[in-house]
Design a protein around this ligand. Structure first.
Ligand code: G3H
Length: 260
């Protein structure tokens, strides 16, 4: 079975002092049974990672953490970039790649995302590959084709041992930060199509074991309906993850719905 994964992408919010307070409040709101049932991950800005690492290591918290991006390069003259080896040294487990906000704001191509995945795997980090469509593509009725093309391009050249380490996050761009969550049926349709494509790209085993997350205005009030869907294995949460009590409520969905 696939262990559900709930990841909180803080985006460009919370300095390193605020990060300590939010992480502590989140940890106080969770119990061992929550960590046993769900992988709970926080993804703060780069500037917070060392503080989060020190707190989690020092208090032996069962939270996992990661970064919002990575350089495709290993080291060198890349001003402003952060390398996979630096993130590994900071104890990161997961790293987002291909988030629509990076694609839009930094003109990130599928080819660049592919190189970033390679850099993460080289440093034993687990990519969370974000794919999703703009509203006009959805309205044109070709959103599934668009998402699967992104998936194929970003995963080009990877073999089965590598594919096993990758998490996929389906994030319809029109649902991000808008309060307009995709319907559970919509999320299921795309996540099922992604899983079917993973059978072709990788194997039945890879498709069965890959966690596919939904992201886009996830809140505690809509988590259960989304998580009931067979091919949805978790959520990539933005705004709601900045409130530790709300993010804890989202992470505790398993207390009502058994996905194991
Ligand atoms: O990475 C998170 C997604 O962009 C969703 O953000 P949101 O929950 O604020 O819509």
């Amino acid at each position: 079975m696939r262990k559900p994964l709930i990841a909180g992408n803080w985006k460009m919010n919370l300095n390193h002092l605020e990060a300590i307070a939010v992480t502590q409040k989140l940890a106080y709101s969770l119990e061992d049974r929550d960590y046993d049932a769900v992988e709970i991950v926080i993804i703060p800005p780069f500037t917070d990672l060392r503080s989060v690492q020190t707190l989690i290591d020092g208090d032996r918290l069962r939270l996992l953490y990661g970064a919002q991006d990575v350089s495709a390069s290993a080291s060198g003259a890349h001003t402003g970039d952060i390398s996979g080896s630096m993130l590994a040294k900071l104890g990161c487990t997961y790293v987002l790649v291909g988030h629509s906000e990076r694609r839009a704001n930094h003109k990130e191509s599928d080819e660049l995302v592919n190189k970033k995945i390679k850099a993460l795997l080289a440093n034993e980090l687990k990519p969370i590959l974000c794919v999703g469509e703009e509203l006009e593509i959805r309205d044109a009725g070709n959103h599934i084709g668009h998402v699967l093309e992104q998936l194929r391009n970003c995963l080009k050249g990877f073999h089965k041992p590598d594919l096993k380490k990758i998490v996929i996050a389906y994030e319809p761009v029109w649902a991000i930060g808008t309060g307009k969550t995709a319907t559970p049926e919509d999320a299921q349709e795309v996540c099922a199509a992604i899983r079917k494509e993973l059978r072709k790209i990788g194997s039945d085993e890879i498709a069965e074991n890959c966690r596919i997350l939904y992201g886009g205005s996830v809140k505690s009030i809509n988590t259960l309906d989304i998580m009931k869907e067979e091919d949805v294995d978790g959520a990539l949460v933005g705004g709601a993850s900045l409130d530790p009590e709300e993010f804890a409520r989202i992470s505790k969905f398993h207390r009502v719905l058994n996905k194991a």
